[in-house]
Design a protein around this ligand. Structure first.
Ligand code: FES
Ligand code: FES
Length: 172
């Protein structure tokens, strides 16, 4: 990379961070290699699979396609931001419904599910399919993933839904 490294500041899971990085470095790599947030996975590296999904300013993005400079000043949330002492209800539902096998797609699926439930707290099957259509899974055949999303939606409390918006995460 020809451009010099720059200081980039943003918030990850409610914590302010500053990294020295090449402007075009991928947010995915900065999260994993500089900030040790290895929950975000790399599948295709080309914006096709959704394994690297994170929320940036409340929008679902593929972090393999985001130059870190674009994250300057942003609010970024990764799968690590969901669990506190216990698993987040979405994580628990994936575990209980068998929505994960090899696990590569799982963090991205969970972040995409969070994004979906933020918009549709009680999603229809069509909304689930649409909400997860950017996330590919080679193992499960999707049925158990969709069941996990339904189960999470049914079990979540109002307070837990607020965590999805980031309102509560910053205070934890
Ligand atoms: Fe980013 Fe596949 S690794 S979309
Ligand atoms: Fe293996 Fe989804 S569990 S790709």
């Amino acid at each position: 990379m020809s451009a010099a490294k720059q200081q980039v500041r943003f918030t990850v899971n409610g914590r302010e961070v500053e990294v020295s990085a090449y402007p075009m470095a991928r947010l995915l790599d900065v999260l994993r290699n500089e900030l040790a947030l290895t929950g975000t996975k790399e599948g295709c590296g080309e914006g096709e699979c959704g394994s690297c999904s994170v929320l940036m300013n409340g929008e679902l993005v593929n972090s393999c396609l985001v130059p870190v400079l674009q994250a300057d000043g942003a609010d970024v949330r990764t799968v690590e931001g969901l669990a506190s002492a216990a698993l987040h209800p979405v994580q628990k539902a994936f575990l209980e419904c068998g929505g994960a096998q090899c696990g590569i797609c799982t963090p991205g699926m969970i972040v995409a599910t969070v994004n979906l439930l933020k918009k549709h707290p009680q999603p229809t099957m069509e909304e689930i399919r649409e909400g997860l259509n950017g996330n590919l899974c080679r193992c499960t055949g999707y049925t158990r993933i969709f069941e996990a999303v339904k189960s999470a939606a049914e079990s979540m409390t109002h307070e837990e839904l607020k965590v999805l918006t980031g309102e509560e995460a910053a205070r934890r």
